[in-house]
Design a protein around this ligand. Structure first.
Ligand SMILES: [Fe+2]
Ligand SMILES: [Fe+2]
Length: 359
């Protein structure tokens, strides 16, 4: 049999724009390094020793409190996943370098693993919690209603996000808003890892904490890349202020995992209580009572101590912005007011991601 070999044939030109050019270039080795860490440190919440948690040793309100914290965490993580994965196709379209594309995918995947972990924390405490169990006490009713409020708040974020980030062709912009919750989350999980006695949760939170550090590293790489891109116009004052505001909003959003009263600078600035005429009257009271109780069970500390622990995280977010040339902060950014951090106050130079981003 003869095989006809027509070396003269060449394919027609690929359709433009082709989002899958064969292009595995590496411009910044750090993205691939972080991706390698993500592969090495993959974990499975199913394998944690859930059956060693003695739920009956807790009082009913303690169980409800930890379940509430878990459900809240699961809702945050579930909402984070598409915020990473939706821009994945934008990174393809823009022919971003391969390492960033891989890291984007791995980060989105991590958020699903975290969501599963938190969901299990909730349902280990109370099967079916929050929306597939029947509340019997007033506090249980309020806890479920609070989480419905959180669900509604989150639903309102998506249209803004798609308009500003996806249609605006700015996947890097999103990372600025997500950087803040990641850093705040790390501080919270650090405390839980130190304080908690149950091995399943100690191990789970340790994994989540380590993963979040990589997410911060990814956010920083993308952010730095945009800020140093000579082919794109430098950001104007308005855009820089918008980014600072975005980071501030991101922190306020993440603070939903901590207690709220310190956040109440005014109804206008408090994401969780706004609009004031629609927030359930008891939302903040129930939220603070349950999260305070959960923190005492899990860290041995009260909500005020957790709030103080979050202060360095806010200064750290400020540092990341400053590193990228965003340093003309508005003195009245709500988050700085809430944490009593002056816009001119020295930021925190301690770097949570130094080892990950070493060249
Ligand atoms: Fe996460
Ligand atoms: Fe994350």
């Amino acid at each position: 049999m003869t095989i006809e070999m027509d070396h003269a044939w060449t394919p027609p030109p690929v359709l433009a724009p082709n989002i899958y050019p064969v292009d595995w270039r590496v411009e910044d080795r750090r993205a691939l390094n972080v991706y390698e860490r993500a592969k090495d440190l993959t974990w499975n919440p199913t394998r944690l020793a859930w059956d060693t948690i003695d739920v009956d040793a807790l009082e009913p309100e303690e169980r409800l409190a930890v379940a509430y914290h878990g459900a809240l965490g699961a809702m945050f993580e579930y909402a984070a996943a598409p915020q990473f994965l939706h821009p994945l196709s934008t990174l393809y379209e823009r022919h971003e370098e391969h390492g960033l594309i891989l890291l984007c995918m791995a980060t989105g995947r991590d958020e699903f693993v975290h969501e599963e972990f938190f969901r299990r924390v909730a349902t280990t405490m109370i099967p079916g919690f929050p929306f597939e169990f029947t509340p019997r006490t007033e506090l249980e009713h309020r806890a479920v209603q609070n989480l419905r409020w959180v669900e509604w708040k989150q639903s309102r974020m998506w249209p803004t996000y798609t308009e500003k980030v996806v249609l605006g062709d700015n996947p890097w912009l999103l990372q600025v808003s997500i950087l803040a919750p990641e850093i705040v989350g790390m501080v919270l999980f650090d405390r839980i890892v130190d304080g908690i006695a149950w091995p399943a949760l100690k191990e789970g939170y340790r994994h989540v904490d380590v993963d979040e550090r990589r997410h911060v590293a990814y956010g920083r790489l993308l952010f730095e890349k945009r800020m140093r891109d000579r082919d794109r116009p430098a950001l104007g004052t308005d855009e820089r202020r918008f980014l600072a505001k975005l980071a501030s909003d991101g922190i306020l959003y993440a603070m939903g995992m901590l207690a709220l009263p310190q956040l109440v600078t005014s109804d206008e600035s408090n994401f969780w209580m706004r609009p004031a005429d629609q927030a359930p009257g008891h939302f903040a009271e129930t939220h603070n009572r349950l999260l305070g109780r959960a923190m005492r069970v899990m860290t041995g500390e009260d909500a005020d101590a957790m709030w103080e622990a979050a202060r360095p995280a806010v200064k750290k977010v400020k540092w990341v912005l400053e590193q990228n040339g965003i340093d003309d902060f508005d003195d009245h950014l709500p988050v700085f007011e809430a944490f009593r951090i002056g816009a001119r106050e020295r930021s925190l130079e301690e770097d949570y991601t130094a080892d990950l981003l070493a060249r």
